[in-house]
Design a protein around this ligand. Structure first.
Ligand code: FMN
Length: 168
């Protein structure tokens, strides 16, 4: 059986998870933009690591166009949302199941380095951090705590490669 790992990233978190997973299992790995439908058609099994921006996993529509539907698909979203942030996680999961109702789904936590962001992104995060600061600790979602940390300290790293052991 042939298995392929695909990833879609802006700043490397999904790539790190995908590469670690592929290396450990000796699977072929390709960046989403470079994966052709011909190549994907040869895979029985596909693991797709995609970063979450504004509640959506990157590149799902593009992936949909390239897959024939014969592959067993697992989608792994990578974002600052934590499992405890049930509503946020449900939103990500819903977006995935709209495009791929049959796919298995896992969520992994990513990282954020303020220096790597563009100006509109910095502004969005600053706004989120500002409104999060008005909440009590109990009210705050984990993603809000992480964004506050990135804004105040310059970065936040929630990557946990050991989470990959749960996948399979
Ligand atoms: C503008 C912006 C929007 C984001 N929106 C979300 C989001 O809706 N949900 C989430 O879990 N993480 C969100 N994140 C956090 C990213 O998913 C996280 O930084 C991830 O590790 C980025 O992956 P990459 O390094 O592979 O690009 C956002 C980050 C930025 C900069």
């Amino acid at each position: 059986m042939s298995t392929m790992v695909i990833y879609a990233t802006k700043r490397g978190s999904s790539e790190l998870y995908a590469k670690t997973f592929a290396q450990k299992n000796k699977y072929q790995i390709i960046k989403q933009e470079q994966a052709s439908s011909e190549e994907l058609a040869k895979a029985d099994e596909v693991y797709y690591f995609g970063s979450v921006y504004a509640g959506k996993v990157l590149g799902l529509e593009e992936l949909k166009k390239k897959l024939t539907g014969n592959n067993r698909l697992t989608i792994l979203s990578v974002g600052l949302t934590a499992v405890e942030d049930q509503e946020k996680l449900a939103e990500i999961r819903e977006g995935v199941s709209k495009v791929f109702p049959q796919a298995s789904f896992y969520h992994l936590r990513g990282r954020l380095i303020k220096q790597q962001l563009n100006m509109p992104e910095k502004i969005i995060l600053k706004m989120i951090s500002k409104s999060s600061k008005k909440k009590s600790l109990q009210e705050k979602m984990e993603i809000e705590k992480a964004i506050e940390q990135a804004v105040d300290e310059g970065s936040v790293d929630c990557i946990d490669l050991s989470e990959l052991e749960k996948i399979g």
